[in-house]
Design a protein around this ligand. Structure first.
Ligand code: HAM
Length: 416
């Protein structure tokens, strides 16, 4: 049996890789513009972190974690998301003592034992940002604007920003009681999964995609009518700031998110282009999380974007991964005498920062030109016996086809 990548994991290469690089550059430049710093945490953490941080009754902790015992008998989990690890790190390093308002971003692989399909993988990648320390709606909007800027610069347009408020813990408790009452009286019509969730995590019933659940959900009481004054004011301020920024959004009263740490603002960027995996990114305010992890009362808000879904949407909208930019130089040897000088020249050009390819297969000139085309270089520099004797090189511009002979010491001024 031939060996294959594990189900739900993918190799990334070729033109898709170029699209990843472009997206990664955009993350870096947008986070830089917003003054967010990169933070890296380990790929695995103690299982306890996610149980406490994400919530035992969530799908992520209940069904999707890659949990294993290491050789020392400790229970470890491959990270399914980044917010709990970031908060763990903030508490561990007493980071906020010196940076009371902390702005961080991250990008990296995450692991969830989900049923694989297009846009849903067991190893996937997130890019995200967290603004820690502010209870105010300005920070909610800052992270939304940052995410939106990334989506726009990547070049996607077919998405919607959905917004909701989960209010405070007290608001949710009162709402939960009303919701459980309603769902219990309609339990017979619900799917088995949703029936189970009435006791474990009733708010999650609201994002069920099952046809039979949708009809019942449409008559359910709405959290928005339970919001207290402070929660309503917070939401109104977020909306006003988004309006001022010219960012359009739709209110989705059924948006609850799948992780337990949220309160007040929650949001998702959704699309109709990717079938059932319609969330490209999501996030919200998570004031309770620091306390859940023993870190006291620290307000925070953030989001994560799924990089695979972002790029799938890009591919769907643009009909491909986009052109990788044409650049660089192919240094072509004509005849054996040029073999060594070509490598000396290549080393010289690389030192000047040029992207340089040489032939390592001792191919004919024709085959080298074919190779140069495949490599999508902008220039080909050819050196044969005549050029060696005269200290010249033939330079061909691969875009225009124009070709001329120049002195070797002038090469940099043409190629750079
Ligand atoms: P999340 O909604 O669980 O939030 O994940 C964010 C994004 O990751 C999703 O919108 C989706 O694009 C992508 N994603 C999730 N699961 C998969 C999967 N199995 N395959 C491919 N992509 C996937 C969080 O993780 C929170 N930590 C976001 C956050 C940051 N909240 C506050 N700060």
């Amino acid at each position: 049996m031939s060996l294959q990548a594990v189900r739900g994991t993918r190799d990334i290469f070729g033109p898709e890789m170029s699209a990843w690089h472009r997206a990664e550059q955009i993350f870096r430049s947008v986070t830089d513009a917003f003054s967010y710093s990169e933070f890296r945490t380990p790929m695995f953490e103690s299982t306890e972190l996610f149980k406490r941080g994400i919530g035992e009754d969530t799908d992520v902790v209940g069904k999707e974690m890659y949990t294993f015992e290491d050789r020392g008998g400790d229970s470890l989990t491959l990270r399914p998301e980044m917010t709990a690890p970031i908060v763990r790190a903030m508490i561990e390093h007493s980071y906020l003592r010196h940076h009371p308002t902390t702005r961080l971003w991250y990008a990296g692989p995450q692991f969830r034992y989900d049923r694989p399909q297009k846009g849903r993988y067991r190893q996937f990648h997130q890019f995200g940002a967290e603004c820690i320390g502010s209870p105010y709606p300005e920070s909610d909007v800052e992270v939304i604007l940052l995410a939106n800027e990334v989506l726009q610069r990547v070049g996607i347009t077919k998405y919607t920003l959905e917004l909701n408020s989960l209010g405070t813990a007290d608001v949710r408790l009162a709402y939960r009681t009303a919701l459980v009452e309603y769902l219990t009286s309609n339990a017979d019509g619900l799917s088995v999964d949703s029936q189970r969730r009435i006791t474990t995590n009733p708010l999650r019933v609201l994002d069920s995609k099952e046809e039979r659940d949708r009809a019942i959900i449409s008559g359910a009481p709405l959290l928005s009518s339970f919001l207290d004054e402070a929660s309503s004011a917070h939401l109104a301020a977020v909306r006003a700031l988004l309006d001022v920024a010219g960012v359009s959004y739709v209110m989705n009263p059924l948006l609850v998110r799948g992780l337990d740490y949220y309160n007040h603002t929650v949001f998702e960027f959704t699309t109709n282009e990717l079938g059932t995996q319609n969330a490209i990114g999501g996030g919200g305010r998570y004031d309770p999380l620091f306390a859940m992890l023993g870190g006291g009362d620290v307000p925070a808000v953030g989001f994560s974007i799924g990089i695979e879904r972002l790029l799938l949407l890009y591919e769907a909208e643009h009909g491909g991964w986009g052109e990788s930019s044409i650049n660089g130089v192919y240094v072509c040897a004509i005849g054996d005498a040029a073999l060594l000088p070509v490598h000396v020249l290549a080393a010289r050009l690389r030192k000047r920062g040029l992207h340089v390819v040489t032939d390592v297969m001792r191919r004919s000139v024709k085959a080298q030109m074919k190779d140069a085309n495949r490599e999508q270089v902008r220039w080909v520099v050819m050196i044969g016996e005549d050029e060696l004797a005269q200290g010249t090189a033939v330079v061909k511009n691969m875009e225009s086809g124009e070709q001329r002979t120049i002195a070797q010491h002038e090469l940099e001024s043409v190629l750079l």
